[in-house]
Write a protein that binds this ligand. Structure first.
Ligand code: SF4
Length: 399
């Protein structure tokens, strides 16, 4: 079942809209010292180049705030300042010209400090993300509600109350936790409670691949329910990875147009005529360099391959030391096995230049017939039951 996207207010993080009908944005965070302006800018450019829409930098001391003042005018994307504990650093970040602040309500607790920051942000038209984190809840809230979705949402509501007192509502909210189920339930409750745009993330998800798995489990579950306006994968890895997986997740969920390669490959089985893992890895490496928005399939055999991958723009299936190259399921060329990857690159470029129809018009006459003959010969030699399923079942039955 497809869920409608939740209707939210819209906030402007510099040039990037978050919420309303704006596209879901991808965020990441720099790992450099913000005071090191050149190193931080280099990372911001790399993140923007990988597809980050918004980048957050820590503002943990005055040197960092001064660094922000130099970084912001040269940044290709809006910069968010991450503030913990010292409200004066939030004011300094606003002076530096940040596009958004992230405040952790568990760390800045004095109402007068929160209100001072909110008033300054209000007067400058700068939004604030209320960044609740399950690991740093206000102690009295945790004592009262335990580590529960209600506690995380209450923390956000308390902060909102301080903001409302000074007539500030330029807000987005996150209720992150490292426990995926707690995170999902907290966002669901929050989505039922407020109409502010939501920033999704599973915090401290850890290194790859587990971190990606946890982040995806939480973020994708919510996005599929129509919840979420901007996302961040918190990985213990190069932040470029956070951006890549964020973008990829939006693409596979159909929430963003494909911008690069989507390589699909069969898992291989007893029918495989090549080392699918190796061919897929080589194809991935060669095709990724082209930077073409295309779906390419690598299939281990010609018996099932072309049929199973007929939705792909381009694909190759192995059989009898040859590769059957197909475009949207139609075989266009039969190539030697050692030319499989090169041929994929050649035809991906052709599709990029001439489109699917243009590539189909360039098909080799007779390729389909040649492929069908290979396929029939393989079926003949391998039989229908190449994985020996029937034989195995027979052995089991005899016991
Ligand atoms: S039947 Fe062919 S395409 Fe399917 S998994 Fe096996 S080798 Fe791959």
């Amino acid at each position: 079942m497809l869920f409608e996207r939740r209707v939210t207010r819209r906030v402007e993080v510099g040039s990037v809209s978050v919420g309303g009908s704006a596209p879901i944005s991808v965020q990441s965070m720099t790992t450099t010292k913000t005071a090191n302006v050149e190193a931080t800018l280099q990372q911001i450019y790399a993140l923007a180049g990988a597809g980050a829409d918004i980048v957050r930098c820590t503002c943990n001391d005055l040197d960092a705030a001064e660094g922000l003042a130099q970084i912001i005018p040269r940044s290709p994307v809006p910069i968010v300042a991450d503030i913990h504990f010292q409200y004066r650093l939030a004011l300094a970040a606003l002076d530096a010209g940040v596009a958004c602040l992230r405040l952790n309500p568990g760390n800045i607790r004095k109402p007068e400090h929160i209100r001072t920051v909110a008033m300054e942000a209000r007067d400058r038209g700068v939004p604030i993300r209320i960044g609740v984190n399950g690991g740093s809840l206000d102690p009295d809230i945790e004592e009262r509600y335990g580590m529960t979705p209600v506690a995380l949402v209450e923390s956000a509501k308390r902060e909102l109350g301080h903001f409302e007192a000074v007539d500030f509502d330029n807000v987005k909210i996150s209720v992150k936790a490292s426990d995926v189920r707690l995170m999902v339930e907290s966002y669901r409750l929050l989505a039922d409670t407020v109409d502010f745009p939501l920033h999704l993330g599973v915090t401290e998800a850890g290194p790859l691949p587990g971190g990606v798995l946890k982040g995806t489990a939480g973020i994708a579950t919510l996005l599929n329910e129509g919840i979420g306006d901007t996302i961040r994968f918190s990985l213990t890895a190069d932040p470029i990875e956070e951006v890549k997986v964020g973008k990829q997740l939006l693409e596979v969920l159909g929430l963003r147009e494909r911008s690069g390669l989507d390589l699909i490959a069969c898992p291989s089985c007893g029918r495989a005529e090549v080392d699918v893992i190796e061919v897929a890895a080589n194809a991935q490496e060669a095709l990724a360099k082209l930077d073409i928005p295309i779906q390419v399939a690598v299939m281990g055999c010609v018996v099932n391959g072309p049929g199973e991958a007929k939705g792909a723009d381009l694909g190759i299936a192995a059989g009898r030391q040859r590769g059957h190259l197909f475009v949207r399921g139609k075989v266009v060329k039969v190539v030697p096995e050692d030319k499989m990857v090169d041929s994929l690159v050649e035809w991906a470029e052709k599709i990029s230049e001439a489109g699917i129809e243009g590539a189909l018009a360039d098909a080799d006459l007779g390729a389909e017939a040649e492929a069908e003959a290979d396929r029939a010969a393989l079926l003949e030699s391998q039989g229908e039951d190449v994985n020996s399923t029937e034989k195995t079942v027979d052995i089991i039955r005899r016991r």
